[in-house]
Design a protein around this ligand. Structure first.
Ligand SMILES: N[C@@H](CCC(=O)N[C@@H](CS)C(=O)NCC(=O)O)C(=O)O
Length: 288
C-alpha cells in the first residue's frame, strides 16, 4: 500500500479534507480504471481534475500531493494514497459492499494487477505513438525538469526511484522518439499477456471465474486502448474480443472512456495519416 507520509506532502491543505477525493484525468488509463470501480461500487467521491495535456501533473501544487506526478491520487479523510491498484484495494476494503476483490483472492489479484501495472509504460508507448495527435512533443526538457525538481521527491519518507524512472522514460522519448523497436517490444509483451487472458476465458465469462472483478476492469481499459491503436484483437484473441464487447455496452464502462469529440477528430486524423504512410501498428509489427 502506498500511503504517503507527512514529510512527502507539500500541499498541506489536503490533510484537512474529509471524504473521498480523487485526482484524475479523463483519458488516463489508471484514472478510467479507478472511476469505473467507484461507479460500480456506488462510492460517492469528489472530483479533482488534473489536465495532463496542460501538464498540470507536474505543477508544484500537484507534485505536493503526488511526488511522482501521476494520476490518479486519492485523498481519503486527510490520508494521501497513490498507485491506482493500491487505491482500489484500499477502497474495496473500506467500502465492503459488492467486493470487486473478493475475500480470499487478494494475493492472487494483487499479483495479476502487478503484471498489469508492469505493462504501463508499454501502453503509454503505444498510446503516444499511435493515438496522440500528430506533431506534438509529449514532454519538453522543461517539463521533465519540473518533475525532477518539484515536490518532496520522497515517497514514504525515502527518495523515490519511481520518479527518476518516469523522468528517464520521458528523457528517452525526447531524445529518441517512440521507436519502432520500442513499439514492437511493447506489442510482443501485450500479445503474450492477451494469450494468457484468452486461456483464462476458455471456461468462464470473466477473467477470474463467473463474477466480474477488478482484473476485468483493468484489462478492459488496456484492451480498449490497444484497439484504439489498431491492435488486431478479434483475429489474435477472439475470446478476449467476445469478453470485451458486453463490457463496452455497460454504461458504467462506456461513460468513463468517452472522448471529447475535438480530440477524437485529431486522433482519427493521425490514424488516417498512418494508413496513408504505411506506419500503422500492423505495418510496424508485420502482423498484417
Ligand atoms: N502505477 C501508476 C501509474 C500511473 C500513471 O502512469 N498515470 C499516468 C496516466 S495513465 C500519468 O499520470 N501520466 C502522467 C504523465 O504522463 O506525465 C498507477 O497505477 O497509478
Amino acid at each position: 500500500m502506498v500511503q504517503l507520509h507527512d514529510v512527502d506532502i507539500r500541499t498541506r491543505e489536503v490533510l484537512q479534507w474529509k471524504g473521498v477525493h480523487l485526482f484524475h484525468y479523463q483519458g488516463s488509463s489508471c484514472s478510467q480504471k479507478t472511476r469505473i470501480f467507484l461507479r460500480l461500487k456506488n462510492i460517492p467521491w469528489e472530483s479533482h481534475y488534473i489536465d495532463l495535456r496542460e501538464k498540470e501533473q507536474w505543477q508544484p501544487w500537484y507534485l505536493g500531493i503526488n511526488p511522482r506526478g501521476l494520476v490518479p491520487a486519492l485523498v481519503l479523510d486527510g490520508e494521501v494514497h497513490i498507485e491506482s491498484n493500491d487505491i482500489i484495494a484500499l477502497l474495496d476494503r473500506r467500502f465492503p459492499e459488492n467486493r470487486l476483490i473478493p475475500e480470499g483472492m487478494e494475493d492472487q489479484i494483487g499479483q495479476l494487477l502487478q503484471q498489469e501495472d508492469d505493462l504501463h509504460l508499454d501502453i503509454r508507448t503505444l498510446n503516444f505513438r499511435f493515438t496522440q495527435p500528430r506533431g506534438i512533443v509529449p514532454r519538453t526538457a522543461e517539463d521533465i525538469r519540473n518533475l525532477r525538481e518539484g515536490g518532496s521527491g520522497t515517497v514514504q519518507g525515502a527518495r523515490d526511484p519511481e520518479r527518476d524512472h518516469q523522468a528517464a522514460f520521458w528523457e528517452n522519448v525526447l531524445e529518441n522518439g517512440l521507436t519502432d523497436e520500442a513499439v514492437r517490444a511493447a506489442l510482443d509483451r501485450f500479445r503474450a499477456a492477451l494469450d494468457e487472458l484468452e486461456e483464462r476465458l476458455q471456461e468462464h465469462p470473466y477473467l477470474l471465474g463467473d463474477d466480474l472483478t477488478i482484473l476485468d476492469i483493468a484489462w478492459f481499459i488496456y484492451v480498449m486502448k490497444l484497439l484504439w491503436c489498431g491492435y488486431p484483437l478479434e483475429r489474435l484473441h477472439p475470446r478476449v474480443a467476445a469478453w470485451y464487447a458486453p463490457l463496452l455496452a455497460r454504461p458504467e464502462f462506456a461513460r468513463e472512456i468517452e472522448l471529447n469529440p475535438e480530440f477524437r477528430k485529431k486522433v482519427d486524423e493521425h490514424l488516417a495519416y498512418q494508413k496513408a504512410t504505411g506506419t500503422t501498428l500492423l505495418d510496424v509489427t508485420g502482423w498484417a
